[in-house]
Write a protein that binds this ligand. Structure first.
Ligand code: NAD
Ligand code: UDX
Length: 474
């Protein structure tokens, strides 16, 4: 099968997807020059920082890859024009958050960054360019991109021959295991019409992905598969979270239930962990986008079905904050509560849509004094997410602040309760006997990630609640 020659790749968007994905491409395609560009200068400076620990995102194994490839065949720049001009293939990895206002606000994806990128490509590209959708997009977005690119062709003076092929190649990586997911993907999906372009992209992946894992589909199936995959994954989490509540009142144990159902090969054992609700930049946004699409096509029952997955996720977060307040004799006002974990899952510094944000805000509204510890999330990020200042930075030292703790011990000292919200490895190793001595009495632990041995900590004197396992009434 004939292919286009690919010598230069450009990736627009140096975020959680663009950075790690291009690092893995660079590792496996040494003869290709890869340039990752972004409008955010601070982010690009961080990618270029000489001290590797200042990379803009935390992801296991990422620093090693960047040290190996950066300034050899992997470059980070704000020079978008030049990067596009030289590229044979351009990946679009820009953000596609939920629209905040206008038509479809609260559900549809905001495609303004995708459109802006397409216009930049239309303006600066030269010769034939393969444009690859890496961002997660509503089905039929490729049509919009094609229209922008095609119209730019029409506007051009005779003799100036720019041509394009548009492909969809959604990314399935999970944060916290991004490098492993990219190195050993379950599958690579390429959708498109131009077979020569599809084979050019497949030919890159063949450097490290087994051929039978590279799927070719039509472009709409590819776009829709990404939204569907995220909807199915999130649906499993909401499903098990509903069962967690039932377990708590019936003395069933959700871990045992997950294990029992997961052994059915038709169900499978992954994504059955009850928790504080799913977070991250993808699940909620992508389901709401699916809901919007269904409503757009008048499939209202289908829309309602998927919307319920997001509603249950909100319900789980609300039920946890209410449960904390009710357990502490109906009020947390003025009580210090230690929050362990702020990122939306372990092994990432990403806090987008983290359940911790909603739960912390609820507790702050109730007057709690929060002392927050997370090994990778810095205080500025927490200040931004909670929209309040850290106690030290708060000018009037008012109640509208939180304490940024540098260690688990500091967070827990003199607290009434501990709320475990992220499953960081170091939380599994806490010596609860010692922690108990640092706390006010009665001392409570609310374990939303099922990481503690409830029987053991009860012996030390704690009151314990664990998601899907232990309610105080049992
Ligand atoms: P991100 O916000 O971390 O990164 C996007 C970057 O694009 C930002 O740095 C932004 O400055 C840059 N950008 C926006 N417009 C630009 C323009 N016109 N020119 C140059 N740069 C521009 O987002 P992300 O988490 O990397 O996600 C990117 C896309 O990938 C989204 O569509 C998301 O749904 C999808 N996705 C994300 C994940 C994930 O785990 N984060 C996984 C799979 C797919
Ligand atoms: C998700 C998809 O997994 C990935 O394929 C897609 O490309 C992007 O969106 P991500 O959001 O990075 O990845 O992480 P993921 O591991 O899916 O976790 C999402 C949220 O669900 C986290 O808050 C996590 O703690 C929660 N979760 C996950 C559970 O509560 N229970 C589970 O069993 C699994």
């Amino acid at each position: 099968m004939s292919k286009y020659k690919i010598k230069n790749i450009c990736c627009i968007g140096a975020g959680y997807v663009g950075g790690p994905t291009m690092a893995v491409f660079a590792e496996h395609c040494k003869d290709i020059k890869i340039t990752v560009c972004d409008i955010n200068k601070n982010r690009i400076d961080a990618w270029n920082s000489t001290d590797i620990k200042f990379l803009p995102i935390y992801e296991p194994e990422l620093d090693t890859l960047i040290s190996e490839c950066r300034n050899k065949n992997l470059f980070f720049t704000t020079d978008i024009k030049n990067s596009i001009e030289n590229a044979d293939m351009i990946f679009l990895s820009v953000n596609t958050p939920t629209k905040l206002k206008g038509v479809g606000a609260g559900k549809a994806s905001d495609l303004k960054w995708v459109e802006a990128s397409a216009r930049q490509i239309a303006e600066f590209s030269t010769g034939h360019t393969i444009v690859v959708e890496k961002s997660t997009l509503p089905v039929r977005t490729a049509k919009t991109i094609e229209e922008i690119l095609f119209n730019s062709q029409l506007n051009r003076s005779f003799g100036d021959s720019k041509t394009f092929s548009v492909l969809s190649n959604p990314e399935f990586l999970s944060e916290g295991s991004a490098i492993k997911d990219l190195q050993f993907p379950d599958r690579v999906l390429i959708g498109g019409q131009d077979h020569k372009a599809i084979e050019s992209l497949a030919n890159l992946y063949i450097n490290w992905v087994p051929r039978n894992k590279i799927l070719r589909t039509n472009i709409w199936s590819s776009e829709l598969s990404k939204l569907t995959a995220n909807a199915f994954l999130a649906q499993r989490i909401s499903s098990i979270n509903t069962i967690s509540a039932l377990c708590e009142v019936t003395e069933a144990d959700v871990k045992q239930v997950s294990n029992a159902i997961g052994l059915d090969s038709r169900i499978g054992n992954k994504f059955l962990e009850a928790g504080p609700g799913f977070g991250g930049s993808c699940f909620q946004k992508d389901i709401l986008n699916l809901v919007y699409l269904c409503e757009y096509y008048n499939l209202n029952e289908v829309a309602k079905y998927w919307e319920q997955v997001v509603k249950i996720n909100e319900w789980q977060k609300n039920r946890i904050s209410k449960l904390v307040v009710n357990s502490l004799f109906g009020t947390v006002s003025g009580k210090k509560i230690a929050i362990l974990g702020f990122s939306f899952k372990a092994n990432t510094n990403d806090t987008r849509n983290s359940p911790s944000i909603k739960i912390c805000k609820d507790l702050l509204d109730e007057g709690a004094v929060l002392s927050i510890y997370d090994p990778k999330v810095d205080e500025v990020q927490i200040e931004n997410d909670l929209n309040i200042l850290n106690f030290d930075n708060s000018l009037n030292n008012s109640q509208d602040s939180f304490i940024y703790a540098d260690s688990i011990e500091q967070a827990i000292q003199d607290s009434h309760a501990i709320l475990i919200l992220t499953e960081w490895k170091e939380f599994y190793k806490i010596n609860w006997q010692i922690m108990f001595k640092k706390m006010k009495r009665p001392a409570w632990i609310f374990d939303t990630r099922s990481i503690i041995d409830t029987k053991e900590v009860e012996r030390f004197g704690f009151n314990v609640w664990q998601v899907g396992n232990k309610s105080f009434d049992n």
